[in-house]
Structures are given as structure tokens and as C-alpha cells.
Design a protein around this ligand. Sequence first.
Ligand SMILES: Cc1cc2nc3c(=O)[nH]c(=O)nc-3n(C[C@H](O)[C@H](O)[C@H](O)COP(=O)(O)O)c2cc1C
Length: 210
Amino acid sequence: MTKELKSYRWRYATKKFDSNKKISKPNIELIKEAINLAPTSYGLQLFKVFIIENQEIKNQLKAASYSQSQISDASHIFIFCNKAKIDAADIDIYINNKSRIQNKPINEVQGYGDFLKSNLLKKEDNKIATWTTNQVYIALSHLMTFCASIKIDSCPIEGFEAKKYNEILKLSNQNLNASVVAAVGYRSSDDQSQYEKKIRKSFDELFETF
Ligand SMILES: Cc1cc2nc3c(=O)[nH]c(=O)nc-3n(C[C@H](O)[C@H](O)[C@H](O)COP(=O)(O)O)c2cc1C
């Protein structure tokens, strides 16, 4: 078995974190890089990730998450927030980064920016919101699989009231919407879920090859 699959098997949606164990700052930086390396449509990265380590804010978020203990007990809470709408500035950020990072004159990359603008800015806001939300899930997956590879536990969480999260983090006036959360830290030895067998479909149920 590959080491990657070993870590996929090791990962589980942690229900009870050890609140005394904190993720080191260098490991938080590695997790940020794993998220930043996630692929996104056109490379635009139309989301922002809030990282909460402050206990008071975690407690407020727990109250907006149906009291799920992972939110207060995990070392860090990553809140993935998609852009609710997009405008020309979102595309300019990408184009300016492309010019700077790849050392290309701006007029050489402007045409691609114009293409993206003509393609994307005419789309309805609700379609854009669905599209940006889908991409956040790829970033979430990067976080979880990377964390597992360095033996850090996580729990993906959709069980929360987005409206309340948006209020607590003052997101609406930033055109952002909390779409999915990851509680990240270290499992408690008395979290029974870690000892249970994974429930998965058989390959025959899940795959069909033609
Ligand atoms: C998008 C998403 C949202 C989830 N939301 C919650 C949640 O709110 N609370 C929770 O305890 N688990 C949540 N889970 C965890 C799933 O229940 C879990 O991943 C699934 O049962 C498979 O178990 P495993 O991850 O331990 O293999 C969520 C998982 C995903 C992918």
C-alpha cells in the first residue's frame, strides 16, 4: 500500500479533539500552502480562508454550529468563504499576479484578462456563487488529505448556520459567504469514531467501467 493511501485510511472525521494539543505555527504555514496549491477554475482563487485560533471566537462559532464540540475543542478552525459575486477587480488580481510572478509585461497578459471578464462578468450572481462554492470544496479536500499526511486530524463541517458565521466574521460587507468549515487539530484518545470501521460502498457499487 502506498503511504498516501495509508494516510487516507488513517484520516477520519474527528468527532472529539484533544483541546490541549495545538498545531505548531510551522505546520499551520504548511497547511496554508496546501490550501493555496489547490486547483481553481481559471486559477482565480475566488475565496478566502479565515483561520480561527482565538478561543472566544471559537466558542461563538460553536453556538452557531449546533453546539458541535469540534468547533470549540480543535486547535484551529478553517472557514472557507466563497465570493458571493465577482467583479473586474477579482480578475485583475489574477492578471497582475500572473504578470508579476511570471515576469510578463501586463499588455501581454491583458488579453486573457479581457477574455475572462467577457466570459465571467455576464453570469448571474447565483450561478457565480454556486461555481465559487464548488471550488472551495477542492481546497477543503487539499487541507484534509495534506493534514492526514502529516498526522494532523480534521473534521469537515457543513453543520453550521452560515448567516450567523457571516455576522460573527463580518463577511457580508466583504462580499464573502462562509460555505464550509474544517476543524483541525489532534484526536482525543477517547473519540470512539477512530476505532470504528469505515463505511464505504464496494467498488462494484461505486464504479462502472466501460
Ligand atoms: C462536506 C462535508 C460536511 C460534513 N459535515 C459534518 C458535520 O457538520 N459534522 C460532523 O461531525 N461531520 C461532518 N462531516 C463528516 C462526514 O460525516 C464523514 O466524512 C463521513 O461520514 C465519512 O466518514 P469519515 O470521514 O470518517 O471517513 C462532513 C463531511 C463532509 C465531506
